[in-house]
Design a protein around this ligand. Structure first.
Ligand code: DX5
Ligand code: ZN
Length: 216
C-alpha cells in the first residue's frame, strides 16, 4: 500500500518544513488539496503554493482538484510541478478534454468521484487514466469520518478494470487512519490519502509505516 499524506492537515505557515518532515517519515506521494470555494465550501491552496513547496521534496505531487473548472487550470498546475492531477467527474469541465489536456502536459491523470456518485461513472475513462480516486468523505474538509460503505465501489472498479485487462490504481481519500485502513486494504485499495491520520499522529513515521503494511 502506498501512502499519500495530505498537506491539508499540516501547519500552513511552515509548509516547506512540513513537506520535508513527512518525506523523511516515509511518505510515498504528497497529496495536495485544491479547493475553490465553489465546487466545495472551502478555499485552500492554488498553483503558487504548489510551486513554492515543490522545491522541498522529490516525491510525486498528487494534486486533487476540487474546483468547478479543472480544465482551465491544468496548465497552471502542470507549471507548478504536479505529477498526477485528479479532477472530479462532478465538476463542469468535459472529462475527456481534461484528461487529454493533462496528458498533453506529460502528467498522469486521474478521475475522482464523490460519495453519491456510483462506481459506473468512472468506467468510460478506465482505459485512459492512471488512477481512480474514490472519496471516502464529502470533499471539502479534513478530519471527517471514513465512509466504509464506499468500499463496494472500490471492489467494483477493480473488478471492471480486471475484466477489461486494464491496469489501474485506486486511491481513497478521507478519514483514513490506523483504525479504518483495514477496510480499504481489504477492498484492494492501492494508495491511501491521510491528512489528520499522519500529520496529527504522535509519531508520523510509525503511522505511515502502519498504513503501508496494512495490506500485508
Ligand atoms: C478532503 C480532502 C482530503 C483530506 C483528508 O476534501 O480531499 O484529502 O485532506 O483529510 P483526512 O485524512 O483528515 O480525512
Ligand atoms: Zn484530497
Amino acid at each position: 500500500m502506498k501512502v499519500a499524506p495530505s498537506l491539508l492537515s499540516c501547519d500552513f505557515a511552515k509548509m516547506g518544513e512540513e513537506v520535508v518532515r513527512i518525506d523523511k517519515a516515509g511518505a510515498d506521494w504528497i497529496h495536495l488539496d485544491v479547493m475553490d470555494g465553489h465546487f466545495v465550501p472551502n478555499i485552500t491552496i492554488g498553483p503558487a503554493i504548489v510551486k513554492a513547496v515543490r522545491q522541498y521534496t522529490q516525491l510525486p505531487f498528487d494534486v486533487h482538484l476540487m474546483i468547478d473548472y479543472p480544465l482551465d487550470y491544468i496548465d497552471a498546475f502542470a507549471d507548478a510541478g504536479a505529477d498526477i492531477i485528479t479532477f472530479h467527474l462532478e465538476a463542469q469541465s468535459e472529462p475527456d478534454m481534461t484528461i487529454e489536456k493533462i496528458h498533453e502536459r506529460g502528467i498522469k491523470a486521474g478521475v475522482v468521484i464523490k460519495p453519491e456518485t456510483p462506481a459506473e461513472a468512472v468506467y468510460p475513462y478506465l482505459d485512459r487514466v492512471y488512477m481512480v480516486l474514490v472519496m471516502t468523505v464529502q470533499p471539502g474538509f479534513g478530519g471527517q469520518a471514513f465512509m466504509a460503505d464506499m468500499m463496494p465501489k472500490v471492489t467494483a472498479i477493480k473488478k471492471e478494470a480486471a475484466r477489461r485487462g486494464i491496469d489501474i490504481l485506486v486511491e481513497v481519500d478521507g478519514g483514513i487512519s490506523e483504525k479504518t485502513v483495514a477496510a480499504a486494504a481489504k477492498a484492494g485499495v492501492d494508495i491511501v490519502v491521510s491528512g489528520t491520520g499522519v500529520f496529527k499522529a504522535e509519531d508520523p513515521e510509525r503511522a505511515i509505516e502502519f498504513l503501508k503494511n496494512s495490506d500485508k
